[in-house]
Write a protein that binds this ligand. Structure first.
Ligand code: ADP
Ligand code: MG
Length: 256
């Protein structure tokens, strides 16, 4: 089911907490949508460039990246890394760490990504943006460019502590730059459903903030650690694993 001639769904994957599987979700969900015949573009908005690394690109080898697109007038198409059998990538490099200060001096600094991606939109069904673990201008750019925000959440005590702040930022973006931004929901990650604790935390968060909980939860599995080091996702390194199945099921659910 392609969005023929329609605008792509643009998902911002955001949570200012690190280590909640944002990058893993972008790479794996993107690959799973690709398996379903969708044309997918991944965008690395994190100066740590973990997404770029995890698809097998060494940022040190890149002359130009998202940083030059946001600030240097370079076209997104000119930094695009295209793959035959995996989603395309707009890569990041460490230079992006300075971008927030420089962007803040531009006019409409929160709209830079949206503007930069516009010429690419007709080439994709899905654009998935990996936000950094902050609520600064880069994440605001991701949210401003998005149709939907997906919030990966590790279901532990205190996991909810940043959720209110993140939703405040989403509301600011809805008011200021992107009224049609929707919160798709929270995605339970690193989930151990055997513990009643994880389920209880999840229910509390969903109730407190009136958020949808996306299904299925992504199970905690050691298999996730291996894949990025070789530029792959669990879909190829452990195709029959519960984690791979969960991301495939999530991709299927998002298409319907
Ligand atoms: P973030 O982008 O939010 O900082 P990452 O996607 O980089 O988070 O994930 C943080 C760490 O957790 C990585 O080492 C990753 O391999 C691991 N990880 C991600 N998802 C899972 C999972 N479902 N089970 C176990 N480990 C996971
Ligand atoms: Mg990350």
């Amino acid at each position: 089911m392609r969005h023929n001639g329609r605008v792509p769904r643009t998902l911002a994957v955001a949570n200012q907490k690190g280590g909640v599987a944002k990058t893993t979700t972008v790479a794996t969900l993107g690959a799973a949508l690709g398996e379903l015949g969708q044309r997918v573009l991944l965008v690395d908005l994190d100066p740590q460039a973990c997404l770029t690394f995890s698809v097998g690109i060494d940022p040190e080898d890149l002359d130009k990246s998202i940083h030059h697109v946001l600030l240097g007038g370079v076209k997104a198409r000119d930094v695009l890394v295209e793959f035959d059998d995996a989603p395309d990538l707009v890569p990041a490099t460490i230079e992006l760490a300075n971008a927030e200060v420089q962007l803040a001096r531009e006019s409409s600094p929160e709209q830079a990504l949206r503007t930069a991606l516009r010429p690419l939109r007709s080439s994709y069904d899905w654009i998935i943006v990996d936000c950094p673990p902050t609520l600064g201008l880069l994440t605001v750019n991701g949210l401003s460019a998005a149709s939907d925000v997906l919030i990966p959440l590790q279901c532990e005590t205190l996991a909810h502590r940043g959720v209110g702040q993140l939703l405040d930022t989403v509301h600011d973006v809805q008011q200021l730059t992107n009224p049609s931004l929707r919160v798709l929901g929270v995605l339970p990650t690193l989930y151990d459903g055997r513990t009643t604790h994880a389920r209880a935390v999840l229910e509390t968060i969903a109730d407190t903030y009136s958020l949808d909980v996306l299904q299925p939860a992504i199970p905690k599995s050691i298999r996730f650690a291996e894949a990025p080091a070789i530029g792959e996702t669990v879909l190829s390194t452990a195709p029959a694993s519960p984690g791979a199945k969960a991301y495939r099921a999530l991709a299927g659910a998002l298409l319907h």
